[in-house]
Design a protein around this ligand. Sequence first.
Ligand SMILES: [Zn+2]
Length: 672
Amino acid sequence: MPRLLFATLLGLGTPTIASVMPAVPQTPEAITARFDAAMAEADERVAAIIAVPKGERTYDNTIDAMDAINAHFDRDGNLLAFMGYVHPDAAMRDAARACEERWTNWYIDLGKNESLYQSIQSFADTNPKLDGEDARLLRFLLRDYRRAGMELSPSARAELTDVEKELNELTIAFDQNILDDATTLFLAEEELQGMPDDYIAGLTHAGNMYALGMDYPTSLPILNHSPNEETRQKMWLSRRRRAKANVEVLEKILSLRSKQAEILGFDHASDFENEIRMSKNADEVERFYAKLRPLLAEKAKEDFAMLTAAKREATGDPGAKLRPWDFGYWMERVRERDYDVDSNVVKEYFPFATVRDGIFEITQNLYGIDYRPIDAPADAPLWHEDVEYFEVVDRNTGEVLGEFTMDMYPREGKYGHAAQWGIVPRKVWPDGSVQRPVAALVCNFPKPTKDRPSLLTHDQAETFFHEFGHCLHTLLTETDTTRFAGTSVERDFVEAPSQMLESWVWSPETLPLMSGHYETGEPLPTDLLERMIAAKSLCKGMLDQGQVWLGSIDQAYHTSPDGDVDTTQVGLDMVEQCTMFEAVPNTWFQAGFGHLTGYQGGYYGYLWSKVFAEDMAERFKELGMLNPEAGAWYREKVLSRGGSADASDMLRDYLGREPKLDAYIRSLKPDG
Ligand SMILES: [Zn+2]
């Protein structure tokens, strides 16, 4: 529906013209020119901070001025870089990517700028009386410089730089080996028996065999649906033996990360990485897992027994054992047998517009805000006609809080997953005026066709809520600094607000607001909803044990004090420690585990934040999923504060008690 018509239907008249987001660039030259200008301006701001004469340093001209560099550069640059992910024109994307690469390098240099560091340090040496966000900002700036090695002796710093450069190269090699991996499984026609015809028709022929790649659309259907155990086993083993060269690359990376941590005065890489997360150190992560493992094991044992029984019954072999390549297959059989949830039927109840309007209604009422459609200026249209654009208005004050865009359908050259981008960060300038935030939501939902609107699977509706949770975190922030605005929280907390919002797609109280059959408008049938909710906990114990296994490997790799790790052996040991399965020798899963280069010692964060997300949702479950007081409380205690306080303090303040595991553990069970 064209934006104008949509607005008219809502009774809002002609949309107002946007005023918070910078104008969308219209040519590649404009991207480059605007980026050059923003970078030149940032360089001037850096020079101005350095140039402040000794004795004249103040919070405003040094510390707030540092924050202003980011506030300006992000406002001017984020939208330009974002075009690299969404613009339909390849030349626009190329120009944007080139700018983003220069930007990344500019920030690396900034973090090692000696004169700038001395400027901050000399202000800190005056022992200024600061409090709140101001004190926190100074503390964080000094912390960043320390972690970049600026407090080290020149020789130690040089050594650190060498280690970082080599690490950077090896990290790129590790990622590239995964991308380049061409592991192929060759299967004969009879080995594919039982697979759907359209699946087989889509496979590549190699002589009289079929050649199967390891990508998800090819490999997952085999693991989940091939009735031939040997075929599943072959696929499972092929996946676990990808990118073998990476075993050596990874072991070098671990040794260098250990060296890096040692130079900076940490026991190991995990302590270095986790210093700036909620967990603070590796011991805390281990304590978390130690609490979780037995609780998960309880549910996992039940899951395992259920799948084993299903296998034994179907094969007639009373001694049959459940192996790792059986897991997906028997889970899907039990899902069909016990829950009868057909995702093709479910999605008829989730037309995109209904889900969107439901999300809007729910979050507007919870947080006391309104979303109003707006237009980009006529001379600077948005990057694609599908993109919707809204401003967020506070119902109490009438104040515009920020803006967001939604770009929801796939197209050639567009970023292929779902994500939220912060486009403009919030900043309160010294004169009290406010730079308001802008967020951009990017998803890839099915496009409407001639006869059908866009229909979302229940998973996709959940993704929509998840990403919208990130958006609201960006938009409802009330911090003074850009450094602590919106989603700039500890990395092991950043998923919690978005994971929490997922609860609303599972609540019988809120589902009617966001669902309705695309032809009849009828609500989701209650029995179908009940089966969906029951199926939610299917094998959740074993599934989350899998997460603990990944996180435990990550921790074990990064807590070795000398960085000398037999990554294959540790991976196999962890299978037995963390899961229900026996380890399968001669496999090297870690070589294809791409997260090892982004999360060093931080993979645990997914479950960690999930525990808090479930705990935070409790208040809504008690007071009502649509209760505006609960919403206002959450907005004030969590969303508005961004990263301006430690997440653990915010959590305690919001909950009125210490966080607990109970809600998460309940979520593993069918009646949770
Ligand atoms: Zn997320």
